[in-house]
Design a protein around this ligand. Structure first.
Ligand SMILES: [Zn+2]
Length: 867
């Protein structure tokens, strides 16, 4: 070991090392002081036998050890080894204090630890534990008295019991004990046995022992706290899940937050606190970008988080701790909500600072609501606000604490406590992120499996049923010449103006005379008509296989089946060709738009988005709050649930080489196609229709007075946003096109749509135990004509009216719509007349009844006649 002089010399010659060393040492000491209040680290007298350099090194090592998220036993083991070496104990053990069936007991946890013994050998297996009651021996006395003991000679101590010695054959002579205390309860006892080379432990040994025990204590406490947190959160989980409606409104991450906050609420010592959750999306949905890109809406100039997100509090969870505990969830809080109006949460989200403010009413930078915030009479006095940061250093939310319970301002300790807590919250978000991701993968797997189970891609023989190379060339498609196969395919597919007597170039095309297999061929024909097959080198067998697989991707349900998918693809074709909208788009755009239209409802389950969020996946496992039991699809995609699924499904097909009709595109072109699929398929969510209405109308208004066609083409095709808006509206026009078809078609299709709605309504009634809305209630079937009129007036009319204004070639759709409107209206009037007749009859009967009973005083006072 180095002598004093050489150490000094070394330190002088190596100032950098000296600095680093003392920094570490100071940090270790500060930590040790922080963790063990009663121990005076300045009292160097008690260290005199231990080289202080070594001492600090050990402490530092232990502190490092404590920071590892390792298991408690392992860390305590290390502490015990150090202490055994320092106080020269023959062996050291750790007993845990626990209670079973209400009876406290002590059990060996780490046994016979020496400076060199192996952890695995010292860790006691639950099967080989030595267990004894808490009122036995000196360890028991330490646990009950919660006081450390120094027994120089066990034979002279009445409390000593040789119960353990008898089992192990060891001979205890002298010992030191120390109780591990957590929240005033003894959770375990450390015992050091037999001083090596002496017959008892000295007072100095005792002091050192105690000092190191404080480390063991911190470790045990950490573990205990984590454990209790777990217990407590499980308890609150049970309590809340059964009692609170709050959970129905929270996502998994928020629920995690909530659990953590709920559990620690008693430590916070404040009257109220709120957590504002920040929108984590870095990029907006394409349709939300449109108004900004068009210049209709100012780009966002407001505050942003340090990582560049707009500061949007999408939800506030408000916790009232005063009096009756209460939790309020405020989704989409307005900017003038009392919790936000001061601007403080936004400031914190923007800067990531901790803000501790007293007497906020007097503050003029932040203007807090001065009067009571709600009917509880709660008035804001002092505020402590701090960011919740996840491990990726992103601010995920802002926690704000109001009014310390004792009325005093929040102090540095509150700051520390709350900071620790928000760190913990941030951490819990991360855990939750991982959890969410795992689940996402899990759900994805579920869906993928479902997809696989329900359908397999086009088989060889199915391919041959259209592209019959075996028969014609006596060869497999991969051995055939593409040009020959194109010829063959074109010959097999019906000509465009005669598909079972119907023309693909007419908006009035009806699929009814065509078989489902025939529709696959008609679909292929349209790609040839568009001229994209040869241009983009789509292999004939890939095109056939893809079209066939898309057909198989549609389930055999009442309305959202392959026929609907085909019709939407067809109307897109018609809008581009017959409606002459193609002039705004490139060949690749047109190719992608028609393909996306075919795919837009693929794997539809016959139920709408709302149903997916409501659906109880497994009714028998009745942990019945909505979020947990919703269908996997609802969990995976937040909004436009079904549309995102159709999109994902279509992209899965694209990812498969043998199905990828876009396989010969360049990377950039392929990315364009992917984006167009996003736009087209998501656009079929009617919920988004209302967002794009005005934007579309503005384009129509702008182009209407343009005298030259060229001008309109330039106005649109040079602007990708306008192109997308029209494209999105075209998708709506296609999706609703059944309403414009000849009356014989529309009247039948409307019934199919209704039938599918009614089936969902039946499901809602039986599975979800909910009363369906009239549209989905088969008991309201007679109101169908009226509802169709409403649907035409509120949704469809705009689409086709604006399209015919935009391009007169599309007028046949609007005419068809209007004719159907008149037909439905006539039916509605028949129904109304019938209802009126029933109503009149009822009234007449009532009047007659009343006459009979009242003897002339008809209808005047029915109640009177009874009494
Ligand atoms: Zn559809």
């Amino acid at each position: 070991m180095a002598d004093k002089d050489s150490v000094e010399k070394y330190l002088e010659n190596n100032p950098q090392f000296a600095k680093e060393y003392f920094d570490k040492k100071l940090r270790a000491e500060a930590l040790s002081a922080a963790f063990s209040a009663p121990v005076d680290v300045k009292d160097t007298a008690s260290f005199k036998d231990v080289n202080s350099v070594q001492e600090a090194a050990i402490i530092f090592e232990l502190v490092q050890e404590m920071q590892k998220p390792d298991c408690m036993e392992k860390t305590i083991h290390k502490v015990l080894q150090r202490v055994a070496s320092i106080i020269q104990a023959d062996r050291v053990s750790y007993y845990i204090n626990r209670s079973r069936n209400g009876i406290p007991e002590l059990a060996t946890c780490l046994f016979d630890v020496t400076p060199t013994s192996k952890y695995e050998a010292n860790l006691v297996d639950p099967q080989t534990e030595i267990v004894f009651p808490i009122d036995m021996g000196i360890v028991g006395f330490t646990a009950t008295s919660k006081k450390p003991q120094n027994v120089p000679d066990v034979t002279q101590n009445k409390k000593f019991c040789d119960f353990v010695d008898k089992q192990t054959g060891y001979k205890t002579k002298c010992l030191l004990t120390f109780p591990m205390i957590a929240e005033k309860e003894c959770i375990g006892v450390v015992m050091a046995l037999n001083k090596i080379g002496q017959d008892h432990f000295t007072a100095e040994d005792e002091t050192l022992f105690h000092k190191y025990m404080t480390f063991a204590q911190v470790v045990a406490l950490q573990y205990f706290t984590a454990y209790m947190f777990n217990v407590e959160s499980r308890r609150s989980q049970v309590l809340l899940w059964s009692a609170s409606k709050v959970f129905e409104e929270l996502t998994d991450i928020e629920r995690q937050f909530h659990k953590a906050l709920y559990t620690v609420r008693i430590y916070l010592q404040c009257e109220r606190y709120s957590v504002g959750l920040l929108d984590m999306t870095k990029e907006k949905e394409f349709y939300d970008e449109w108004p900004v890109k068009l210049g209709d809406v100012e780009p966002y100039k407001g505050p942003k988080t340090p990582d560049g997100r707009e500061v949007i509090f999408y939800k506030i969870i408000d916790y009232l701790l005063e009096g009756k505990e209460e939790i309020k969830v405020i989704p989409g809080p307005p900017a003038d909500h009392w919790a936000l109006v001061s601007g403080l949460p936004t400031y914190v989200a923007e800067n990531g600072f901790i803000c501790n403010m007293m007497n906020v009413a007097a503050d003029d930078f932040f203007t807090f609501q001065k009067e009571a915030v709600d009917d509880t009479g709660f008035v804001i006095k002092n505020v402590l606000s701090l960011p919740i940061v996840n491990k990726k250093e992103e601010i995920v939310g802002v926690a704000t604490f109001y009014n310390r319970k004792d009325g005093k301002p929040f102090d540095e300790h509150d700051e520390q406590i709350t900071e620790a807590m928000t760190q913990f919250l941030g951490w819990s978000v991360l855990v939750c992120d991982t959890y969410d991701r795992l689940n996402r993968m899990e759900w994805r797997k579920d869906i993928a499996q479902e997809m696989l189970m329900y359908q397999t891609r086009c088989t060889k023989s199915e391919l041959q049923s259209i592209l019959n190379t075996n028969e014609k060339f006596d060869a497999e498609p991969e051995d055939c010449d593409q040009k020959e196969m194109y010829k063959l395919l074109k010959a097999t597919c019906p000509v465009a103006d005669n598909v079972n007597g119907e023309s693909l170039y007419l908006f009035s095309f009806s699929d009814f005379p065509v078989t489902e297999h025939g529709l696959i061929k008609a679909g292929i024909r349209m790609f040839f008509e568009l001229g994209v097959v040869e241009k983009f080198k789509v292999p004939a067998e890939t095109l056939t296989r893809w079209m066939y697989t898309v057909r198989k991707g549609y389930r055999d349900i009442t309305y959202h089946n392959w026929r609907h998918g085909f019709n939407v693809g067809h109307t897109m074709f018609c809008l581009l060709q017959t409606g002459r909208l193609r002039k705004y788009y490139s060949d690749l755009d047109a190719f992608a738009m028609v393909a996306a239209a075919f795919c837009h409802d693929i794997d539809h389950r016959g139920t709408n988005n709302l149903y997916q969020t409501k659906q109880v996946k497994d009714v028998s496992s009745c942990v019945c709050f909505r979020g947990a039991s919703a269908h996997p699809l609802a969990k995976l995609h937040g909004s436009s649930i079904m549309e995102r699924h159709h999109l994902e499904y279509s992209k899965t097909l694209m990812a498969e080489e043998t199905l990828n009709i876009f396989c010969n595109l360049q990377k950039r072109q392929f990315e364009t196609v992917q984006h167009l699929f996003d736009v087209c398929i998501i656009a079929t969510d009617l919920a988004l229709y209302f967002k794009k209405r005005t934007m579309f109308q503005n384009i129509v208004n702008a182009t209407e007075p343009m005298p030259e066609e060229k001008e309109a083409i330039a106005y649109i095709s040079n602007n990708p946003v306008r192109k997308e808006i029209i494209m999105a509206m075209m998708m709506t026009g296609c999706d609703l096109s059944a309403i414009t078809k000849p009356w014989e078609v529309q009247s039948k299709v409307a019934l199919m749509v209704a039938a599918e709605f009614w089936e969902q309504g039946d499901l809602e009634r039986s599975v979800l135990d909910q009363q369906p809305i009239p549209m989905m209630d088969r008991n309201c079937a007679e109101q169908l004509p009226k509802m169709q009129c409403g649907f035409i007036d509120f949704v469809c009319s705009f689409v086709y009216k604006e399209f015919s204004r935009f391009h007169k070639e599309i007028t046949p759709m609007f005419d068809g719509l209007n004719y159907n409107r008149s037909q439905w209206n006539a039916q509605a009037e028949v129904y109304n007349a019938k209802m009126k007749a029933i109503e009149d009859e009822k009234k007449k009967l009532e009047e007659e009844e009343a006459k009979k009973a009242g003897g002339g005083e008809a209808g005047k006072s029915k109640t009177c006649t009874i009494c």
